[in-house]
Design a protein around this ligand. Structure first.
Ligand code: PLP
Length: 356
């Protein structure tokens, strides 16, 4: 039976991408060797790296002033690496606390320098994106988590500031078009919306990189990886290859504008179904609802097990909510087709009418 994968991450990838990747594991482009066993210095892999960088640039509308890196260590390493490189002595950075991932980023930044928490939605269990706070103009950068994977909130408008924004876009990279000029840096772990686990996309504006203000170990210095095109050491070859295939797929599906349209349609359908139900509700402020991770709860949580059983029987996998929110979460990343969302909506509706 076909399964619809609503897992938050590692997450769904396009069927075509997995088909192509599986062939490359056996014989990469007919060269008689596997993608898993060729040198990262081979011309074959160099072409993969070049194309991955070019596609990231094309999809996000980057210019020559942007560097594109594929690093290791996950988005979690970026929490420390951003501050380690950019938060120098006598400098201050601003952070907005919108959930577990932001909180972790703040914890790391505090090790390196003055870290201002400009706003937080913690008191409301992170059910909205804070707005209307002041951003001091002397900040080195303002850090935001553009989509909160666990709590199901997303920035639909950026904070009003001219301070360079550093954004953790792990769970909504390539899901919509962005105003790239507002960002000093963007990072995203691949395993939510870009590829398999194992690599992290980092985009840095060269002007921002010039303001790197600390002496740091070689592997944690962005300049090291910029200078060596992400190949100072052995890069995560397979994760980059599959991410490249996924970016090709995004391009073939109308680019970020194309997938954005479908993402909106999918999210609207699911939120509407939840809103119209008797038994379920979405805990997030309407204007901050995520298009990628849709959280929903039962008013009577004693029915949770029964709904999960029904969802599983309908082929919906990975809808159990994160333990800090409870209930359910459907991650509807780029690769989730409308059909999967329709099946989930039907499941919600029929559970609702049978039990309300
Ligand atoms: C999953 C996630 C992370 C952590 O990513 P790792 O690659 O596991 O370190 C960080 N930020 C956000 C928004 C995430 O969704």
């Amino acid at each position: 039976m076909k399964k619809y994968n609503f897992s938050a991450g590692p997450a769904i990838l396009p069927e075509e991408v997995m088909q192509e990747a599986s062939k490359a594991v056996v014989d990469f482009e007919g060269i008689g060797l596997s993608i898993l066993e060729i040198s990262h210095r081979s011309k074959e892999f160099q072409a993969v790296m070049d194309e991955a960088q070019a596609l990231a640039k094309e999809l996000l509308g980057l210019s020559d002033k942007h560097e594109v890196l594929f690093l290791q260590g996950g988005a979690s390493t970026q929490f420390a690496m951003t501050a380690m490189n950019f938060l120098g002595e006598n400098e201050r950075a601003g952070y907005v606390d919108t959930g577990s991932w932001s909180t972790k980023a703040i914890k790391e930044a505090k090790r390196y320098g003055e870290t201002l928490i400009l706003a937080s939605s913690k008191e409301n269990n992170f059910n909205h994106i804070p707005k209307g706070y002041d951003v001091p103009s002397d900040l080195k950068y303002l850090h935001i988590t553009s989509n909160n994977t666990i709590f199901g909130t997303e920035y639909h408008e950026l904070p009003d500031t001219s301070v360079p924004i550093v954004a953790d876009m792990s769970s909504n990279i390539f899901s919509k078009s962005i105003d790239i000029n507002r960002y000093g840096m963007i990072y995203a772990g691949a395993q939510k919306n870009m590829g398999p686990a194992g690599t992290t996309l980092v985009i840095i504006d060269k002007n921002f990189l010039d303001k790197q203000s600390r002496e740091v170990p070689t592997m944690f210095d962005y300049n090291t990886h910029v200078g060596k095109q992400s190949m100072f050491n052995t890069p995560p070859v397979f994760a980059i290859y599959v991410s490249m295939l996924t970016m090709r797929w995004v391009k073939a599906n109308g680019g970020v504008e194309g997938v954005q349209k479908l993402n909106k349609t999918k999210a609207e359908l699911l939120y509407k179904t939840i809103d119209e139900s008797q038994l379920f509700f979405n805990p997030v402020a309407t204007e901050d609802r995520s298009l990628m991770n849709v959280t929903f709860l039962l008013k009577d949580n004693s029915m949770e097990e029964a709904f999960l059983t029904k969802a599983t029987a309908a082929g919906c996998s990975g809808v159990k909510g994160h333990r800090s929110v409870g209930g359910f979460r459907a991650s509807i990343y780029n690769a989730m087709g409308i059909e999967g969302v329709e099946v989930l909506c039907e499941t919600i509706k029929s559970f609702d009418s049978a039990n309300a």
